[in-house]
Design a binder for this molecule. Structure first.
Ligand SMILES: [Zn+2]
Length: 159
């Protein structure tokens, strides 16, 4: 019991140490809003921008990119993550997501949640509104009980 309490305290402290300062969050959201301007969304007219902060404090941005073959469209979050990974960065602190919805925080789709989870489940996702207000969540909160890279090496029944 005591051991469990200790673990809980430790986890809270670890989580707090990963939180970004207000300035950094606002800056990341601003960059997501700027990335949104490049959105290629002639079909949905639904602009989304993302700004991804790596553990080495680099920022990679992305916007949604749609296609005349509708189902080939890709979300801003996955564009930003793919840009980072292709440049040699795959450890992330946070991602901010921005859209034009004034009444609702933009929320990553299921595919993007799984894409984020590939690179860890305890990093931060900021769901924002155009006025700069935001919700702070972790990847784990957005995608609980997830399937990830470690699951591939788990014990399996013999075939
Ligand atoms: Zn998505």
């Amino acid at each position: 019991m005591e051991h469990q309490e200790f673990n809980e305290v430790k986890q809270v402290k670890e989580h707090e140490s990963k939180l970004l300062s207000q300035d950094k969050v606002e800056n990341l959201i601003q960059q997501a809003q700027e990335a949104k301007v490049s959105a290629y969304c002639p079909y949905s007219k639904f602009r989304v921008g993302a700004a991804l902060l790596t553990t080495s404090d680099c920022v990679f941005t992305g916007c949604n990119v749609e296609n005349a073959c509708y189902n080939l469209g890709i979300c801003a979050e996955r564009v930003a993550i793919s840009k980072a990974v292709s440049e040699g960065h795959n450890k992330f602190k946070a991602v901010a997501v921005a859209s034009d919805m004034s009444d609702q925080f933009i929320s990553p789709c299921g595919a993007c949640r799984q894409f984020m989870r590939e690179f860890g489940s305890d990093w931060l996702v900021y769901l924002s509104k155009p006025d700069g207000t935001y919700l702070e969540m972790t990847v784990n909160q957005l995608l609980p009980v997830s399937f990830g890279p470690d699951d591939l090496s788990m014990n399996k029944v013999a075939n």
